[in-house]
Write a protein that binds this ligand. Structure first.
Ligand code: PLP
Length: 406
């Protein structure tokens, strides 16, 4: 088959692939524990359902403006004012089909061929592929000290004549790390000095633990108006309201940029699905306690995961400050993360995501968005599969496994 060079260079999303694999195994009755997931278990807020159902009940479901319905933009403007202290107008906002599409149209709007986008590693799996789809070159920056947060100098060292943007995701998928104020402030300053776009992917912004306050990059910006700024903030209803399937995200940025993004989106997909937009309006304008209750559940799950991992000799785990991911280092057991992840699925039916996909070998991404029971049992199984001192038998559901390997 004759496919484009681009199509041949883009790989499948490994996390979506893993979801399919887990679903197939479950359908076959396998006792799979999914620690690879990227979505909260809770249901969408009732206000979202009511908002969506009200539109569906009219049967009048039509195209919407390419950048989103006015009611959604109004709700996003309110959100931006409340959580970022920034007053913006509808011209500064575009709603898209998920944060993913907002980032994608943004990259299409700013990148010329071969221009570079810098982001710290480990990074969200989709960043390199999205930059490539937009014709750009991904430039991951790994901290020399082996940690999850590079220094501002390391980011600055990666800036070259082709650099167009820096992209930060904090709290971070996959490490769960919340970047320090010092780092974010330094990157904001660097981007403003060098006239680079700074894309703040705040998808997990509200899901932070240990009394942290959600980050606000605008605090560090010296650009006085949003229109003179190259700072773009990305958000979505997907994670904080457990509404991944509705596919609504947004970007807030300078008017000219948003207009260019809207033109691209209008040709690519038109506006996001109308029922989903009304669901997002319902969520954003509705009772907000669901976010806090999700956050508390996740913090508790994070604590369960950390205490289980602590009892696992040889595994090093940095305590996540947010998100629902942990990124432990398993290299003492196996350096090849794809091999290890495959092995854990084959032997003990636990789904994890190989660190290689996120730009860091030897690690596995393990989600704690499931139940505390799944986390406990999943880590028990992994321990059994890796630790030579574990007992010989393990029960997977009602199936008894005997260790037949070392
Ligand atoms: N950004 C990050 C860092 C993510 O982890 C995800 C989803 O996993 C997204 C963006 C995409 O969000 P959405 O589902 O709204 O497209």
């Amino acid at each position: 088959m004759s496919l484009s060079q681009l199509a041949r260079s883009i790989s499948e999303s490994p996390t979506l692939k893993l979801n399919e694999t887990a679903a197939l195994l479950r359908d076959k009755g396998e006792p799979v524990i999914h620690l690879g997931g990227g979505e909260p278990r809770s249901k969408a807020p009732i206000d979202a359902i009511v908002g969506c159902a009200s539109l569906l009940n009219t049967g009048d479901v039509k195209y919407t403006p390419a950048d989103g319905i006015p009611a959604l933009k109004k709700a996003i403007i309110h959100y931006t004012e409340e959580h970022y202290g920034r007053l913006v107008s509808p011209d500064h906002v575009i709603a898209s089909s998920g944060a993913k599409q907002s980032i994608m149209v943004l990259l299409h709007a700013i990148l010329d061929p071969k221009e570079e986008v810098i982001f710290p590693a480990p990074y969200w799996v989709s960043y390199p592929e999205m930059v490539k789809i937009a014709g750009g070159v991904p430039v991951p920056v790994t901290a020399l000290d082996g940690g999850f947060e590079p220094t501002v100098q390391e980011i600055a060292d990666a800036v070259g004549p082709y650099t167009k943007a820096v992209m930060l995701n904090s709290p971070n998928n996959p490490s769960g790390v919340v970047y320090s104020d010092e780092f974010v402030a330094g990157v904001v300053e660097l981007c403003e000095k060098r006239s680079l776009y700074l894309i703040m992917d705040d998808t997990y912004n509200r899901l932070v633990f240990d009394g942290r306050v959600p980050g606000n990059c605008y605090r560090f910006s010296k650009d006085l108006t949003i229109d003179s700024s190259k700072l773009v903030v990305i958000n979505c209803v997907s994670k904080m309201y457990a509404m991944t399937g509705f596919r609504i995200g947004w970007a807030v940025g300078a008017k000219d940029l948003i207009r260019a993004m809207t033109n691209i989106q209008s040709q690519e997909t038109s506006g996001p699905a109308a029922p989903s937009q009304w669901a997002a309006v319902g969520a954003l304008n509705g009772v907000q306690s669901c976010i806090e209750s999700l956050r508390l559940t996740l913090e508790n799950n994070r604590n369960v995961m950390m205490s289980r991992l602590a009892a696992f000799s040889g595994v090093r785990a940095v305590k996540p400050g947010g998100t629902f991911y942990c990124f432990p280092d398993f290299s003492a057991y196996e350096k090849d993360s794809q091999k290890l992840s495959r092995y854990l699925l084959d032997k003990v039916r636990v789904v994890t995501v190989p660190g290689r996909e996120f730009g860091r070998e030897g690690h596995l991404r393990m989600s704690f968005c499931g139940t505390a029971k799944d986390i406990t049992e999943g880590i028990e199984r992994i321990k059994w599969a890796l630790d030579p001192n574990a007992p010989n038998e393990l029960y997977l559901g009602n199936r008894k496994l005997m260790r037949d390997w070392q």
